[in-house]
Design a binder for this molecule. Structure first.
Ligand code: A3P
Ligand code: MG
Ligand code: MG
Length: 377
């Protein structure tokens, strides 16, 4: 390209367009997700290669009047994870190094030198959820760092300036509202399949049980992990993820306007989060101004989109999945340097295209040395 000054200018990097109508096509192929492993994080955020933090769903004794006080314990029985510590993909990478035998194909086991993962993408479920909802998002942008290493694209989120500011400036009411989501889990979960919830105990948000899932979207093989709230011990299909349950809270809906807004902005996030790992059921608690749960409602993940079809300003699962597919294809096209020190930073803001920049910055590189040596050994 030649500018008016007569100097050669580099041609601009390609962008990915985000308009909804560009992705309004048939639902793409999405393979039934399969759980290939699990791990747990304890109250001090220590990693365990097992299911010790899996909890079991225990239905309330009185479904009509659950009597859950979601504010209880906020001031005196709450240990909050330090959100300033950025773990990036570390826990998932730890799981990979400990479970490589589960990831090698039969062909590979004959070739001892092969260290490839044979998966196109490795990431967190939460990052994919953000991609799915992008065509409908008009508040929060995102930054996704991508590194290509031994043929696999690793995707790790970078906190935007806006998100950091909002996190650091959260009001006390907002902090309490976030606590209520975890307190709701405590009312409905037990440590043993036949136990009773310990509602007088401490809520510690360091603890987590994570499922590691593999699947395919169109031509892209995906390996991702997501936190799972609980497993239903009464579930006839005992195989994961079919027996997992996602728990959610939301403000009580008191007007048609609030209902439309819930359907348009909240259900899309709930659907995307649970659809990706194949979690079939979401149990929601609706709370009043005082933090009392006034009703419970079960949503079947696969039926959520039927609830909103034809509504004003509605969203379509196919648009979400087609956009995610297009983003992954875009990543494969532009990320060409297979080098763990190189980071391609994809950036998106509402009403804009997805653009990217390329960095060789140790502050952005996110594959830790212990992972690189384990994978090249
Ligand atoms: P609710 O979902 O009931 O709002 P999850 O639902 O994914 O299992 O997460 C449990 C709780 O963590 C949420 O409860 C919410 O309070 C909090 N939470 C989840 N994602 C969050 C995020 N991105 N930012 C802040 N809080 C979040
Ligand atoms: Mg959860
Ligand atoms: Mg939940």
């Amino acid at each position: 390209m030649t500018s008016t000054t007569g100097k050669e200018e580099p041609s601009p990097l390609p962008v990915l367009r985000v308009r909804q109508d560009l992705y309004d096509a048939n639902f793409p192929f999405y393979q039934q997700p399969v759980e290939i492993g699990v791990f747990s994080l304890d109250g001090e955020r220590r990693f365990f290669n097992d299911s010790r933090r899996l909890r079991y769903y225990r239905p309330p004794s009185n479904e009509k009047k659950p009597g859950f006080d979601l504010r209880d314990g906020y001031h005196d029985r709450f240990v909050k994870r330090d959100e300033g510590i950025k773990e990036r993909l570390d826990n998932l990478l730890k799981w990979i190094t400990l479970n490589r035998h589960l990831l090698q194909s039969r062909k590979d086991t004959k070739v001892a030198s092969s260290s490839r993962l044979n998966r196109d993408f490795v990431t967190w479920r939460g990052h994919l959820t953000k991609l799915l909802t992008t065509p409908y998002e008009n508040q929060e942008g995102w930054l996704l760092a991508v590194t290509l290493f031994q043929g696999t694209y690793y995707i790790s989120e970078v906190e935007t300036e806006q998100a950091r500011r909002q996190r650091e400036e959260r009001t006390a009411d907002h902090e309490e509202m976030m606590y209520m989501g975890y307190k709701f889990e405590q009312y409905l979960c037990t440590d043993e399949p036949d136990g009773t919830p310990d509602v007088g105990g401490v809520v510690n948000t360091n603890e987590a049980f994570c499922s590691v899932v593999q699947t395919k979207l169109h031509g892209h093989s995906l390996l991702f992990s997501g936190e799972v709230d609980c497993k239903d011990p009464a579930c006839p299909n005992q195989k994961a993820p079919g027996c997992y349950v996602e728990l959610k809270t939301s403000k009580e809906i008191r007007s048609p306007y609030q209902q439309r807004s819930f359907n348009r902005y909240k259900l899309i996030k709930w659907w995307a989060q649970s659809f990706l790992p194949g979690i079939p059921r979401i149990i929601a608690g609706f709370r009043d101004e005082e933090g009392q749960v006034v009703s419970l409602q079960t949503f079947e993940t696969m039926k959520i989109s039927h609830l909103i079809r034809g509504e004003w300003n509605s969203w379509k699962p196919a648009v979400c999945m087609n956009f995610c597919n297009a983003f992954l294809t875009f990543v494969k096209k532009v990320v060409t340097q297979d080098d763990p020190q190189v980071v391609y930073l994809f950036s998106w803001e509402p009403r804009r295209d997805v653009s990217y920049t390329i960095h060789k910055d140790p502050g952005l590189a996110f594959l830790p040395p212990w992972y690189l040596s384990a994978m090249t050994a």
